[in-house]
Design a protein around this ligand. Structure first.
Ligand code: GRF
Length: 188
C-alpha cells in the first residue's frame, strides 16, 4: 500500500502523535509520519520523535516568516496531510491557502459545542451530561470545519476535569486513526 505522508503538529504531551505513530506501523494504515512540527521546544512529544528517529522541527512563532519555514519543510518532506494534535497555535488563512492539502484537528468536545480553550472546565460548568471528542477538517474558522468523526460518552456524577480529560483522550486514540482511515480509504 502506498502511504500518504503526514506531518503532525504538536505543542505538548504528544500522546495523540504517539498513538498515530503506533497505528501507522500497520501495513494497512493509510499514513506514514514523516515530520513533527512543534512550536514548543520543551514539548514531550519531541523526545518521542527523537527516540523513533522521526525528523522534527521546532519553530519560533514569533519570527515573521515562520509559516514559510513550515511550508518549505512540508514541501521538502512531500507532506500530503497535516494532523494537528494538541497544537496550541491558530493556523492562519494564508497558511491554509498556501498548503492547499488536508489539515485536520482533534478537539476535546462534541463540536460545535465548546469550541476553543478550557473545554473540560466549561463542560462541567454547563452541567453537560454527555461529551466526547471530534476530528474535523481545519478551515478558516475556529474549530469550525467539517466534522469527520465524533466519539462520545456520558458524564456521571462526581466527574472532575481530570476524569473528563482521561476519558476523552481514550476516545481520541480511537477517533483520530478512524478519521484518517475515513479520509484516505473512503475519500471523505
Ligand atoms: C488533546 O486532548 C486534543 O483534543 C487537544 O489537545 C490535546 C492534546 O493531547 N487538541 P496530546 O498532546 O496529544 O497528548
Amino acid at each position: 500500500m502506498v502511504k500518504k505522508n503526514a506531518c503532525i503538529f504538536i505543542s505538548g504531551e504528544g500522546s495523540n502523535f504517539k498513538n498515530l505513530l503506533k497505528r501507522s506501523r500497520d501495513y494497512n494504515f493509510p499514513i506514514s509520519i514523516k515530520l513533527i512540527i512543534s512550536n514548543n521546544p520543551n514539548a514531550k512529544g519531541i523526545i518521542f520523535a527523537r527516540r523513533y528517529s522521526i525528523p522534527y522541527l521546532i519553530i519560533n512563532t514569533y519570527l515573521n516568516n515562520f509559516e514559510n519555514t513550515i511550508l518549505n519543510n512540508l514541501n521538502k518532506y512531500k507532506i500530503n496531510i497535516i494532523c494537528l494534535a494538541g497544537y496550541m497555535k491558530i493556523i492562519s488563512k494564508n497558511f491554509l491557502r498556501s498548503f492547499k492539502k488536508r489539515v485536520v484537528n482533534i478537539h476535546p468536545s462534541l463540536l460545535p459545542k465548546f469550541k476553543g480553550l478550557n473545554t473540560f472546565k466549561r463542560i462541567l460548568k454547563e452541567g453537560e451530561t454527555k461529551t466526547g471528542c471530534t476530528v474535523h477538517f481545519v478551515d478558516e474558522t475556529l474549530d469550525g470545519g467539517k466534522i469527520i468523526t465524533q466519539k462520545s460518552f456520558y458524564i456521571t456524577s462526581g466527574f472532575n476535569e481530570l476524569d473528563l480529560k482521561k476519558k476523552t483522550q481514550m476516545l481520541e486514540y480511537v477517533a483520530y486513526p478512524e478519521a484518517i482511515i475515513k479520509i484516505f480509504r473512503f475519500n471523505y
